[in-house]
Design a protein around this ligand. Structure first.
Ligand SMILES: Cc1cc2nc3c(=O)[nH]c(=O)nc-3n(C[C@H](O)[C@H](O)[C@H](O)COP(=O)(O)OP(=O)(O)OC[C@H]3O[C@@H](n4cnc5c(N)ncnc54)[C@H](O)[C@@H]3O)c2cc1C
Length: 268
């Protein structure tokens, strides 16, 4: 369909998308267009590609097509979606925006202030990209740009059971602004021993600390007062090193440490 200044391309299959990307210059793939606001001059919508709208549930993970809308995920319910992702989706925008907004758009916007980024990273999400000949899997935590000549075909979200799973949003509710951020804390325990821990803060930047996530594995719960103090001082040191030259560093650090402290209390 062509308008005066805009062309909107549609595709029915992943191969159609690859063909358009190869033959049309400056073509931008879009989902529900709720993030971009203004349509680009040449846009290709993936919302009519059946294979990109599939939700495929397995025992240990669920594969979401990038064109799956946030409401479709919310509708399958908390039982089948990790609780932190479910909460993040329910707190995103409003019902009518969520009917158009896609999970792929939330990720491919490359905006760490968006609400699903922290939970998806903490859960260990991976992205599958396809070219005409190959496919490549990239962990979301390492994703920087779409590999050449490829299309995002699936978003794999592990669905392990976490004993403590916390999602918190900061900043204005149900919209994205300069002060938007989210936080995710996941802890797995076995016989009162901490066996896995994931922490992700995502706002103006994404912050994770490998030291924090691994140093206390094997520790018996409840955590002692001195372990919590020690944990928080490592969190402060790592965050300080990371945000040193960033704007609003002091406020972001305060927010992060408060969230970590309250999460640790849930754990004990
Ligand atoms: C009133 C309002 C409130 C909002 N509140 C929130 C909120 O609380 N939290 C939040 O996170 N977001 C919010 N948003 C932003 C937006 O709705 C979501 O981030 C949504 O998930 C974006 O998905 P989309 O499909 O609309 O993306 P689009 O706008 O279509 O695309 C976003 C970007 O991703 C790229 N892209 C999209 N799909 C693909 C694909 N399949 N392959 C490659 N690239 C792709 C596009 O090129 C573009 O760069 C809000 C928006 C509005 C209008």
């Amino acid at each position: 369909m062509a308008t005066d200044t805009h062309s909107i391309f549609t595709a029915k299959t992943v191969n159609d998308i690859l063909y358009h990307l190869k033959t049309v210059s400056n073509l931008q793939v879009i989902g529900g267009a709720t993030y971009i606001g203004d349509l680009p001059e040449k846009a290709l919508t993936v919302r009519n590609v059946p294979e990109l709208k599939i939700i495929d549930k397995h025992e240990r993970y669920t594969d979401f097509g990038p064109a799956v809308t946030l409401n479709s995920i919310a509708h399958i319910g908390k039982t089948y979606v990790p609780s932190v992702l479910y909460e993040a989706i329910c707190q995103t925008a409003n019902h009518s925006i969520r009917n158009m907004a896609t999970i792929g758009g939330n990720i491919m916007a490359h905006d760490p202030r968006l609400s699903l980024v922290a939970p998806l990273i903490a859960l260990g999400t991976t992205l599958r990209f396809k070219t005409l000949k190959n496919s490549e899997i990239i962990p979301l935590s390492k994703f920087t740009s779409i590999p050449e000549d490829s299309v995002l075909t699936s978003i794999r979200v592990p669905t392990e059971d976490w004993n403590v799973a916390i999602f918190r949003r900061l900043g204005s509710s149900r919209m994205i602004s300069d002060n938007s951020a989210s936080f995710c804390f996941l802890a797995m325990t076995e016989k009162n021993i901490l066996i896995d821990l994931r922490i992700c803060f995502s706002g103006p930047f994404i912050f994770q600390s490998q030291e924090l996530e691994t140093k206390y594995l094997g520790t018996r719960l409840p955590l002692s007062k001195s372990t919590i103090e020690d944990f928080l001082s490592i969190a402060e040191k790592d965050f300080d090193e990371y945000v040193r030259d960033k704007e609003n560093a002091a406020m972001l650090k305060r927010q992060f440490l408060n969230l970590v402290a309250s999460s640790l209390h849930e754990l004990t």
